[in-house]
Design a protein. Structure first.
Ligand SMILES: [Cu+2]
Length: 180
């Protein structure tokens, strides 16, 4: 039989199933069931899952709140585009805007202190990926994604956009500083 000629036995589902095929189907089914159960299980007991809260907002409202945050806590500016470096008080809120194609502003945190992060996008879907730490959050407009973060090591971290957002996507890199 070739793939060009029609199959001799057209009613394929009446044909006996081969043992090896049945074995593979069973394995896939069992593994699928295990993984389906593991998803909620890991969410509860796993350490790698980050719990985020989500609230409704608007690009306009979120931009206004972030501007207020920047005006209040900016300590200096960096680079040719004068990015504000914002150092909020320990235990305070951090507002971060995602837009085509930047994360704004630069945030400076103190090691060992806990902050409450608020993320939203002003235009399109973006992804907050904190490198080299393993934190991933989808950021979409009209929603404010909130999570707490306690930096445990000082240094300079990059925030990479990991949702493709157009021609400048690869340039969308933000900065997060942690000082002792
Ligand atoms: Cu992006």
């Amino acid at each position: 039989m070739s793939s060009l000629s029609p199959p001799a036995k057209k009613i394929w589902w009446n044909e006996p199933i081969h043992k090896s095929e049945l074995l593979w189907i069973s394995l896939v089914f069992v593994w699928g069931m295990v993984m389906t159960f593991m998803m909620p299980y890991w969410h509860v007991v796993g350490k790698q899952n980050l719990g985020t809260e989500t609230y409704k907002t608007t690009p306009k409202a979120f931009q206004a709140t972030t501007q207020e945050f920047v005006d209040k806590y900016t300590v200096r500016t960096e680079g040719p585009r004068n990015y504000p470096v914002v150092a909020p008080p320990a235990g305070g809120d951090v507002y971060l805007i995602a837009r085509l194609w930047e994360w704004w502003p630069i945030v400076e945190l103190k090691k060992g202190e806990t902050y409450r992060f608020h993320l939203s996008s002003l235009d399109w879907q973006h992804g907050f990926s904190l490198q080299p730490a393993n934190i991933n959050i989808q950021v979409v407009p009209n929603y404010e994604h909130v999570f707490t973060l306690t930096p445990n090591a000082s240094g300079e971290y990059s925030i990479i956009c990991n949702e493709y957002c157009g021609i400048g996507h690869h340039l969308m890199i933000g900065k997060l500083l942690v000082v002792d």
